[in-house]
Design a protein. Structure first.
Length: 265
């Protein structure tokens, strides 16, 4: 009969330990919205928790943000992507409060839209442009290299400008489009926050993976940083250098950024 090994005797493939989050960050409450068809609300909540903050569930049909300090509109297929991806969710009761708080003249609410969340933010006009079918007309799922073009937003301040990161990408309506004037403004005002590197996976204009509003409190991106926050469960590559198998946690900085920004405000 095989003998059981004590915990300290179990061999490790690699060291996947993480730094203990700053206790001061736990006071930051980050709302995570759930719509019918949302897939990644649990993942977003876990990312907030791993970054050191406190996730707060928000329900699509409640016009109440429960005094959160920031909001994440997560990925998925809200309402089955009927009409257009994000079109129905944009009319949800909770989004009226998100739009109001994000556009407040003082202390505007930081808002992050991931994948379907990005689509929803364009449908609410918190962000310009629109998302349409990938140019190859197929669903795509892959690890994707991104460049941090703007590290002055609430959601990217822990990165260096020009830094590359690797996070998962999964979408079928991921092609970002906008008219020529809007694209010119986004580039001129440094509002392209994330840009695809090496390959444009969906035909997005100017290789745009994510953008911000003028004030930098609202950011949307198609790839999924919440799936690259925990070593041993993330991509097998990283913009930070060599990592162990599934050891990439490049996306965690998106969530630590907003926590540190709010604590330091």
């Amino acid at each position: 009969m095989a003998e059981s090994l004590a915990a300290h005797e179990v061999p490790l493939v690699g060291d996947f330990s993480q730094d203990t989050p700053d206790n001061a960050l736990a006071g930051v409450r980050v709302g995570v919205i759930t719509f019918p068809g949302t897939l990644d609300d649990r993942d977003a909540s876990r990312a907030v928790r791993l970054a050191g903050g406190t996730p707060v569930p928000l329900w699509h049909d409640e016009a109440n943000l429960h005094d959160v300090d920031a909001v994440i509109v997560p990925g998925g297929f809200s309402y089955g992507d009927y009409l257009r991806a994000g079109a129905i969710a944009a009319k949800a009761a909770v989004m009226s409060k998100v739009v109001e708080a994000a556009q407040a003249s003082e202390n505007p609410l930081p808002v992050l839209g991931i994948c379907n969340g990005f689509q929803i933010l364009t449908e609410t006009h918190l962000l310009p442009g629109s998302m349409i079918k990938n140019d190859h007309r197929k669903f795509i799922c892959r690890d994707q290299t991104l460049r941090i073009e703007n590290n002055q937003t609430f959601w990217t301040s822990d990165f260096e400008a020009g830094q590359d990161i690797v996070v998962p990408l999964k979408n079928q309506d991921g092609q970002y489009v906008a008219d020529a004037k809007t694209l010119e403004v986004l580039e001129a005002e440094n509002r392209v926050v994330f840009r695809y590197v090496d390959v444009n996976p969906n035909g997005s204009r100017n290789d745009i993976a994510g953008i911000s509003n003028e004030r930098g409190n609202v950011v949307g991106l198609m790839p999924h940083p919440e799936h690259a926050v925990e070593p041993c469960f993330g991509p097998s590559s990283s913009g930070f250098g060599t990592v162990g198998l599934r050891g990439g946690a490049d996306g965690l900085g998106v969530f630590t950024s907003v926590l540190n920004k709010l604590v330091g405000a």
